[in-house]
Design a protein around this ligand. Structure first.
Ligand code: ATP
Ligand code: MG
Length: 430
């Protein structure tokens, strides 16, 4: 026997059954994907699918060289005998905008887009944090006004409601203002933090020079007093920025969406301005953020497109499903309607013909493959979750009959003429 080969650390298989340390099944995942299809349709957002691999430069330019994601977490490699550096995408916005600019999608009209798929970051794997994880993301491109900020937040709220997790999520919002306002705040922040340089941890000392806003994001308990007293970005916002922020809040209030203002919410990627938000939960331990997003008015221009103010968010599917599985109401149902079993000479062919007939009538049909005692076949039928069993044995074949058993309901077992198969099942299914 050859040695077993293990999966890559931090990258999960999705199986038909629950795993010990990852309780999401493929069927559950698919139920979620179906719901997402309907949800995006309800809001009239269009899907975009981009490659998983992009030029590394795309992420460096959009997400920022000094961020953890680009600085430490990307899977980067060079294409063989090519000098081009490629990376597995760590998030979806950069690829989405690259495609929009490349294909001039914004020339005709603004765009409301969504995507779903795997992302890759080399982080320390733990519950809710993986190296291959999946996101659903929304991007509203070419919209400057605060109504669209509210629309996409309301879109999240709508999804939480459908998934039954509204009570377990808190919406936190903040405004990062514009570039000039951030620059003024940044220099005040650097002055202030420099006064505490010796007390800062290594990470924060480094960030002080590369990305001081991220110091406010530190989880180090010893630094909480220092960051709580730090200059607040909100105090540096001009009238226009405050107005935009206020309008977003008015919309949310008007829509009945509760929120908490968090002046320290900065988000981990460099491209955000004005509105930023996160949906957090206290049910997933340290991996508290289920969904995060914000405005990125300058990013499309940064990527070579005509200026187009935009906003978006991404949610982590693993975290979301861990929450939904324990607290929400999504159900996966991949049980067949009918389980077909057979016994005796020629039974397999007859059973397959009935199975075909049933599928054509719209039933989902599982068939016992191979041969075994009917008792064992019944056990398999039970395990499959099928509602009905169709049994073909010698006497049924001789008399051109079939036997049906209601495995879950009150109808019991009957033997009837083969021609009545579909009508009988339709009656039982009502
Ligand atoms: P965190 O602060 O938890 O690291 P983040 O700010 O890096 O999150 P974003 O880049 O905003 O996350 O991505 C949006 C969402 O994607 C997150 O809120 C989270 O639900 C999910 N996510 C991010 N990184 C991971 C990961 N390594 N594993 C699983 N889900 C992730
Ligand atoms: Mg992160």
């Amino acid at each position: 026997m050859g040695q077993k080969i293990q999966s890559v650390k931090g990258m999960n298989d999705l199986l038909p059954v629950e795993q010990k340390d990852f309780k999401i099944t493929a069927a559950y995942w698919q139920a979620f994907e179906n719901l997402i299809q309907n949800w995006t349709k309800r809001f009239a957002y269009q899907q975009i699918r981009t490659p998983i691999v992009e030029q590394t430069g795309l992420f460096v330019r959009s997400i920022g060289e000094e961020t953890d994601v680009v600085g430490k977490e990307m899977y980067t490699f060079s294409d063989s005998n090519d000098t081009l550096s490629l990376s597995l995408r760590p998030e979806g916005t950069a690829s989405c905008l690259r495609a929009v600019v490349e294909h001039s999608l914004l020339h005709a009209a603004p765009q409301k887009l969504w995507y779903m798929g795997p992302m890759f970051r080399r982080e320390r794997p733990q519950k809710g944090r993986y190296r291959q994880f999946h996101q659903v993301g929304i991007e509203a491109l070419g919209f400057a006004e605060a109504d669209v900020d509210a629309e996409i937040i309301a879109m999240c709220a709508d999804l939480w409601k459908e998934l039954g997790i509204t009570d377990y999520l808190t919406l936190e919002i903040n405004s990062l203002g514009n570039k000039e306002e951030r620059a003024a705040h940044r220099s005040a922040l650097v002055d202030y933090l420099s006064g505490f340089y010796e007390q800062l941890d290594e990470d924060c000392q480094r960030r002080l020079h590369t990305n001081p806003l991220r110091v406010l994001d530190t989880k180090n308990p010893a630094l909480q007093d220092i960051v709580n007293q730090a200059p607040r970005l909100i105090d540096y916002l001009g009238e226009e920025s405050l107005q935009h922020y206020q309008t977003v809040k008015n919309f949310l209030t008007g829509l009945g969406i509760d929120f908490v203002e968090n002046p320290r919410l900065v988000r981990g990627l460099d491209y955000y301005n004005h509105t930023v938000f996160e949906w957090t939960t206290d049910k997933l331990g340290a991996q508290a953020t289920v969904c995060g997003g914000g405005r990125y008015d300058g990013l499309i221009e940064e990527l070579g497109g005509k200026p187009a103010p935009s906003i978006g968010f991404a949610m982590g599917i693993e975290r979301l499903l861990l929450l939904v599985r324990d607290y929400g109401c999504l159900k996966a149902n991949n049980a067949p309607d009918v389980f077909v079993m057979q016994q005796g000479e020629g039974g397999a062919l007859v059973a397959m013909r009935y199975a075909t007939q049933l599928r054509q009538a719209g039933f989902n049909v599982a068939q016992f493959s191979g041969s075994a005692k009917l008792k064992n076949q019944f056990k398999r039928a039970d395990d499959s979750g099928a509602r009905f069993a169709l049994i073909i044995a010698e006497s049924e074949m001789e008399n051109n009959q079939i036997t049906l058993k209601d495995l879950r309901g009150e109808n019991g077992q009957i033997t009837i003429a083969a021609s009545e198969l579909i009508s009988q099942l339709n009656t039982w299914s009502k």
